[in-house]
Design a protein around this ligand. Structure first.
Ligand code: KG4
Ligand code: ZN
Length: 381
């Protein structure tokens, strides 16, 4: 239960999007993203020094536009939030430096946020209602608490992005346990790399989704990875190697025409998502979502309980085929899929950082020694 709602200005510069948002609890007043995709496309991936420079060039404008869009001045902002990690070190540094400077200049508390927690709580985001400005502080608070009551704990989290693929047990907000994660590439990274082999540009994930709609997902068969491992970890590098060999074979035989590329996209996308669903099913089938460590088993209420949820976040969460396959996997266990309300909230954005910061602020956790706050490029949940 939230006791007070505070407008938060949040900044995320973890990778290749410069983003500033203004949030009040879970309500998004502004979520501005300056994308660097075009700058990195020629390199087929994110180029750290270019990312840093572009963040430096764009950050002030995203802050100004976010405040304007939110129709708030600095005096109304109650706290500043920034992504501490994980992410690219030079990129994180730009957001942290600016957040520190603003915190000192405007005398606001600073909240450091784990980018992965941001992706997890992105499902909470709600758009600003039309009558927002007419609502009193109490009405906004009542609305928030009513909304929060629709989410239940423990919940299962799934982050699928270009940098991460992991299952998380959410005991409470702020209490997370990683149940399983990729031991090599992330799912988005795997889609991007195979897309690159097919000359689909960068990032290839969204293109693969579109191509897959025109293709036959049964045209090519791919192996299902990690079926003999007894844990909830994932691995995508075998699928990538299999794809590379298949592409070479098709090219050599002159069989990679446009329809074959569509079929390949559909079949490969399905293989990547099938692997995720297989491991999700394994977690649910064991009827207890437990940690990898036998020392601290965490047995949860049976999945047949009402209103159990899977929270889905990260760039690949925008993919409708993934959502469809996840829903089918969850159905027998009566779990409900929770997704962010728009695609912008799936990709890297500062609104999710503001929402995570709002929950952190409720727990009274602000940065004590602001000048000592350091980026954490390998920050785990
Ligand atoms: O969350 P995100 O914006 O950045 C990271 O934190 O990694 O995720 C980017 C990843 C990229 O790999 C991109 O190809 C993938 O998300 N992606 C998609 C889709 N939209 C973005 N993958 C599949 N289908 C999509 N519609
Ligand atoms: Zn991300």
């Amino acid at each position: 239960m939230t006791k007070k709602l505070s407008p938060i200005l949040a900044i995320d510069t973890s990778c290749d999007e410069t983003s500033t948002a203004v949030t009040v609890g879970t309500t998004v007043l502004a979520n501005i993203i300056a994308s660097q995709t075009q700058l990195h496309a020629p390199y087929g991936g994110v180029y750290p020094t270019i990312a840093k420079q572009a963040h430096q060039e764009n950050i002030d404008q995203t802050i100004q536009v976010a405040l304007k869009r939110a129709q708030l001045s600095w005096s109304a902002i109650q706290a500043i939030a920034v992504t501490q990690g994980p992410g690219l070190a030079p990129a994180l540094e730009v957001g942290i430096a600016r957040a520190k400077q603003l915190t000192t200049q405007y005398q606001k508390p600073l909240i450091a946020v784990n980018h992965l927690e941001g992706h997890l709580v992105s499902i909470f985001a709600q758009p600003r209602p039309q009558n927002w400005r007419q609502l009193s502080a109490q009405q906004r608070l009542d609305r928030e608490n009513h909304y929060l009551a629709t989410f239940s704990f423990p919940a299962l989290g799934l982050i699928v992005s270009g940098g991460h693929t992991e299952f998380i047990l959410i005991n409470q907000l702020g209490q997370y346990q990683v149940l399983g994660q990729t031991i090599d590439d992330a799912a988005g990274e795997c889609l991007d790399k195979v897309g690159r082999m097919l000359n689909l540009g960068y990032p290839a994930g969204p293109v693969i989704e579109q191509f897959a709609k025109k293709g036959d997902a049964t045209a090519f068969e791919f192996p299902l990875p990690m079926t003999t491992s007894d844990d909830f970890n994932l691995s995508f590098s075998g699928l990538k190697t299999y794809a590379r060999n298949l592409i070479t074979k098709l090219e050599t035989a002159n069989q990679l025409d446009q329809q074959a590329v569509y079929n390949f996209a559909a079949s490969f996308q399905k293989a990547v998502f099938r692997h995720i669903c297989y491991k999700l099913n394994k977690i649910l089938k064991e009827q207890k979502w437990q940690t990898n460590s036998p020392k601290q088993p965490k047995t949860l209420a049976k999945p047949s309980q009402n209103n159990q949820q899977l929270w889905l976040g990260g760039g690949v969460a925008a993919n409708l085929k993934l959502r469809q396959m996840l829903r089918a996997t969850l159905k027998p266990y009566k779990l409900k899929l929770q997704t962010p309300y728009n695609k912008k909230l799936c990709m890297d954005n500062a609104a999710m950082i503001g929402i995570a910061a709002g929950f952190t602020l409720q727990r009274g956790k602000v940065v004590k020694a602001i000048e000592k706050l350091q980026r954490r490029p390998r920050y785990n949940l």
